[in-house]
Design a binder for this molecule. Structure first.
Ligand SMILES: O=C(O)CCC(=O)C(=O)O
Length: 293
């Protein structure tokens, strides 16, 4: 059977590799909306944002109001930072909320995961300026997220064309290695956290052994997306392109996922407004069900 959004062959690719690229699934109007939201977000970053300016390494975290005041409402933020990452902005940026609740993204995530529902786990955005040379180190997503279970994914949506050589890439099949690796610290790309957590192993040096693995990556255009599994190892080179690389990333959980705040506490504070108990299904205001079969 070929479903409107995701074919059986694409789903099988995702199961086998841990990542699949879907072509032309979001129309121009959705991409225009996300881009408008993104530009607003860049000039009004939240207190969870990390910004990186100039050539020297060093991120500006916007957690305190004085720093945030200095970076809010500045038009030059659309182009000035070399790197920007912000998290969970959808309640403040209507274009993001509209996209998450009314575009095909939630159904698409559920179909790829083979789930009868999609809970929104979180949303984030990332911008790498033209020539920004920080790589995204190899990492997995799920070990630092507050749940247990298999059905979790990220829908990684480019808002600019990205050539394969500048793009995110994946170690095919690594989502089935049954390992949880040390977690990436986005605010400090040289650092990982979680070394005190016994369950976490040192992340393998994929770059030194690329030939031992099948590495997947794609040229992508706005309208395409890549869906990747929460446990697949992934990373990205710096952006040596002449164009900045903006991405909107929506992260989802499916049927078999249960909340696990005590796992989250090993790494960072739990979601402050979350009232779920360990072992509960994710369905809640914090992790809303956006699509159900
Ligand atoms: O786009 C990138 O450079 C990294 C994105 C990433 O790690 C993710 O979406 O989980």
């Amino acid at each position: 059977m070929v479903h409107e959004l995701v074919s059986d062959a694409q789903r099988a690719d995702y199961e086998r590799h841990g990542a699949v690229c879907l072509r032309a699934v979001f129309d121009d109007a959705w991409i225009a909306k996300l881009r408008a939201g993104f530009e607003h977000n860049l000039s009004h970053p939240s207190d969870r944002a990390s910004l990186f300016f100039g050539d020297a390494m060093g991120f500006v975290g916007l957690r305190d109001s004085e720093t945030r005041g200095a970076y809010t409402g500045r038009d030059d933020l659309a182009t000035a930072p070399r790197f920007m990452n912000d998290v969970d902005n959808w309640r403040a940026v209507p274009a993001y909320e509209e996209f998450l609740f009314h575009s095909p993204v939630a159904e698409l995530a559920a179909r790829v995961m083979g789930s009868a529902k999609a809970n929104l786990l979180l949303q984030d955005v990332m911008m790498k300026a033209a020539g920004a040379d920080q790589p995204t180190p190899w990492h997995q997503d799920a070990p630092s997220q507050p749940f247990q279970g298999d059905q979790s994914c990220a829908v990684w949506i480019p808002l600019d064309p990205v050539a394969r050589e500048h793009n995110i890439e994946y170690v095919a099949g690594s989502h089935r290695w049954a390992e949880a690796y040390l977690q990436l610290d986005v605010a400090d790309p040289e650092a990982h956290y979680g070394p005190g957590v016994a369950a976490f192993r040192q992340t393998p040096d994929i770059n030194a052994h690329r030939d031992d693995h099948e590495i997947l990556g794609w040229d992508v255009e706005p309208g395409d997306c890549i869906v990747h599994h929460g446990y697949v190892l992934h990373g990205a080179p710096g952006n040596a392109a002449v164009q900045r690389r903006r991405t909107f990333i929506a992260r989802w959980t499916g049927d078999d996922i249960r909340y696990h705040g005590s796992k989250q506490r090993q790494l960072r504070p739990e979601y402050p407004d979350c009232r779920l108990k360990d072992g509960a299904p994710m369905d809640s205001d914090t992790f809303p069900v956006i699509w159900r079969a």
